[in-house]
Design a protein around this ligand. Structure first.
Ligand code: NCD
Ligand code: ZN
Ligand code: ZN
Ligand code: ZN
Length: 424
């Protein structure tokens, strides 16, 4: 398979080039103003050709949670949003917490994923990380506010994990909330629940992790940071030389807590914050203090959202890039690609992805930066067809997505299924 894409504005070496790209054997073979060879061609019609997005944080569910989302629908949603690689979170059913479970999940995913996927594993104080990585785990996740077995995240146990993990160059990611009172989330109503998740829960957790991380040499990543205080804490510690990164989500950047007017649809963990916090997160984003954007695509059924004890989270994969592109003019597409592709690849050690470069995988998407459209969750390819962003007018639309040179998505339709590979 050899062809060229012509008439594209392609992102190449950190600037836009009006040019052409030759794709061969699933890779970007050459980038140039003009490809001489007489080959089949695709006309990009002057649109932006960008490296496929990489999501450091998605919940594909599947297995016993297939009724919420499965490999096919989740990765279809990804392609519709311009993503070609997702890192899947381990809070599945059954949960991903052992070499056997990792192997089984990888087996189950094969042939069913429409984009590439890497799988997280949970950690426990006694985890054997060497066999987890051998089995194919891409990174490790700890939820400080939940128990998956009988683990307790005392200083001592966290030290144990950090010490073990510092032998590997793999990321330890945290859901950084320490709830007060901890582990008593069964007796809540929505408001009580969100007060458990107040700012202090996040700030306290971040400080605890930083305090410990000073003694170990390993890459630590903070998922879905929602408070400016935690963000500043991480940013200034990073300046002092600690190996930290942080991720923000589209919802914490675009929605403030007045969206609770939507009811449980807007319930998410960490919860939406006050407008002034949202504005400060944006400011930090513009100032370059943020490493990446994660979708935290967290689908549930609409019934689960409307129950008396509603579940937190909502689907985001299809709209994240357009939402961010709409958020600001201060911020160009080049910066967005750093936050949603290059930086993620670099942090998680993902090879030959994150940029349009000779020899890199031809994981690409074609984006019309001007097209305006209204978010209609009923059109989502995700099984979860609701969104707190329903009705938002956004600018910029994903037109086509390419996976290793194959056009797998075009104008709302998945053209080829099952071509995704598991990244280990
Ligand atoms: C996530 C989920 O549903 O799995 N929900 C959420 O509100 N973010 C869990 C998580 O990311 O903490
Ligand atoms: Zn989380
Ligand atoms: Zn909660
Ligand atoms: Zn999540």
């Amino acid at each position: 398979m050899e062809y060229k894409i012509v008439n594209a504005r392609l992102l190449y070496k950190e600037s836009f080039l009006e040019g052409e790209i030759l794709i061969k054997d699933g890779k970007t073979h050459r980038v140039s103003k003009n490809i001489q060879e007489n080959l089949p061609k695709i006309d990009a019609e002057g649109k932006l050709l960008l490296p496929g997005l990489i999501d450091p944080h998605a919940h594909l569910r599947d297995s016993l949670l297939s009724y919420k989302e499965d490999f096919d629908t989740g990765t279809s949603a990804a392609l519709a949003g311009g993503y070609t690689l997702l890192l899947d979170m381990p809070n599945t059913k059954p949960q991903i917490d052992s070499p056997e479970r990792i192997k089984k999940r990888i087996e189950e995913a094969k042939g069913k994923i429409n984009c590439d996927v890497g799988f997280y594993s949970l950690a426990f104080p006694n985890s054997d990380f060497s066999s987890l990585f051998k089995a194919g785990a891409i990174a490790i996740k700890i939820y400080l506010h939940k128990r998956f077995r009988d683990e307790e995240w005392s200083y001592e146990n966290l030290r144990k994990v950090m010490k073990e993990l510092s032998k590997f160059k793999r990321v330890l990611a945290f859901h950084a909330e320490e709830l007060d009172p901890p582990f008593e989330l069964d007796k809540y109503d929505v408001f009580l629940h969100s007060s458990f998740h107040d700012e202090r829960a996040e700030i306290r957790a971040v400080k605890k992790i930083i305090d410990l991380a000073k003694d170990y040499d390993l890459p630590i990543h903070f998922c879905h940071i929602s408070t400016p205080q935690a963000l500043e804490e991480i940013y200034y510690t990073k300046l002092k030389g600690l190996n930290l990164t942080l991720e923000l989500t589209p919802h914490h950047l675009l929605l403030d807590d007045s969206y609770f007017k939507l009811g449980n649809i807007a319930l998410v963990e960490p919860p939406l914050r006050a407008l002034e916090d949202v504005m400060e997160l944006r400011k930090a984003l513009y100032e370059g203090k943020v490493d990446m954007i994660g979708s935290d695509h967290a689908p549930h059924t609409i019934d689960e959202k409307l129950e008396e004890k509603p579940l937190p989270g909502f689907p985001n994969l299809e709209i994240s890039f357009s939402l961010l592109n709409t958020l600001t003019d201060k911020f160009d597409v080049i910066n967005l690609i750093k936050l949603m592709s290059i930086n993620v690849a670099r942090r998680f050690g993902l090879k030959k992805v994150g940029a349009i470069e000779e020899g890199y995988k031809a994981n690409l998407f074609l984006f019309d930066p001007k097209e305006e459209w209204r978010i209609d969750p009923l059109r989502f390819l995700s099984k979860a067809k609701y969104s707190p962003f329903q009705g938002f007018l956004v600018r910029g639309k994903v037109k086509k997505t390419l996976l290793r040179g194959n056009i797998v998505y075009e104008d709302g339709v998945i053209l080829k299924r099952g071509l995704g590979e598991v990244i280990i």
